[in-house]
Design a protein around this ligand. Structure first.
Ligand SMILES: Nc1ncnc2c1ncn2[C@@H]1O[C@H](COP(=O)(O)OP(=O)(O)OP(=O)(O)O)[C@@H](O)[C@H]1O
Ligand SMILES: [Mg+2]
Length: 250
């Protein structure tokens, strides 16, 4: 059995809603294990709790109950953070920097030596199709170019585990294909991948396993091959819609 690299146990989050003046539960009892080398896709309607789950697993948010362990360490442990890559849902960029400067900055945060940083920045801008724009200021980047740069920065430290929150968001069909190619390349190298996406054909193509989240609960986990080859569902979208319909209208 491969090593468990992500483990959430009864992970839950409550927030106080100023509008409703009461506590609202945005994540309820998430139990999940992802093993080394696995590609796991978390899907679910808007507001289901996908981003919240990632933030709790990374230690960017504190759980109200439960625990998360990443690479055998508690969520937020610096030793674990040093070995993972994160693409946030809404990355913040320093717009006056060029793409290459931003990657250099990201590399400095991981304590990477200057020579390796510049080699890595060159490799990564190439990988994400930004080589020609590497010396352009980010304020001149389009949405999709920023997304590509976000993907590049998440790989600067050669992570063994990545958390990507909607990596295909804002990308054109060529960009989506590029992301799938990068994902396959990472998979081949044994990287463990956890990502959220609404693009079900892409999830279907690259993931080993999917989880469906709705209203703060992980309601199903299933191997993709069982969905596509099981005969009960036309495709992942069909499976997703059936599962959500079974939960009642939102
Ligand atoms: N800081 C916050 N304050 C108040 N409510 C929040 C906060 N963060 C998240 N929520 C609420 O928690 C729920 C889950 O949000 P989350 O961002 O995790 O959803 P999501 O599944 O990632 O959705 P999407 O597909 O739209 O990105 C939503 O109802 C959202 O409004
Ligand atoms: Mg989200």
């Amino acid at each position: 059995m491969a090593d468990v690299v992500i483990q959430a146990t009864n992970l839950s989050k409550e927030l106080t809603s100023s509008l409703l003046r009461r506590k609202v539960r945005i994540l309820s009892g998430l139990n999940l294990k992802v093993v080394q080398g696995e590609t796991f896709g978390l899907i679910g309607p808007n507001g289901a709790g996908k981003t919240t789950s990632i933030k709790l697993m990374l230690g960017l948010m504190r759980p109200s109950e439960g625990t998360a362990e990443i690479l055998g360490m508690p969520a937020g442990d610096k030793r674990a953070l040093a070995q993972l890559g994160y693409l946030p849902e809404n990355p913040y960029f320093y717009s006056h920097l060029t793409g290459a400067e931003f990657l250099d900055f990201a590399g400095q945060l991981f304590g990477i030596e200057k020579k390796e940083r510049s080699e890595r920045a060159r490799e990564l801008t190439e990988l994400v199709g930004l080589a020609e724009a590497a010396d352009t200021q980010m304020r001149k980047y389009s949405k999709g170019m920023l997304q590509r740069l976000g993907i590049a920065q998440s790989l600067i430290n050669r992570p063994q585990l990545i958390f990507w929150d909607e990596p295909m968001s804002g990308l054109d069909p060529i960009g989506r294909k590029d992301v799938r190619r990068i994902l396959f390349h990472l998979k081949e190298n044994g990287t463990t991948i956890f990502f959220n996406s609404h693009l079900l054909p892409d999830v279907n193509e690259v993931c080993d396993r999917v989880g469906v989240m709705n209203k703060g609960q992980l309601i199903v986990q299933e191997e993709v091959k069982n969905i596509s080859q099981g005969g009960s569902y036309k495709d992942l979208e069909d499976f997703f819609l059936e599962v959500i319909a079974g939960q009642g209208a939102r």
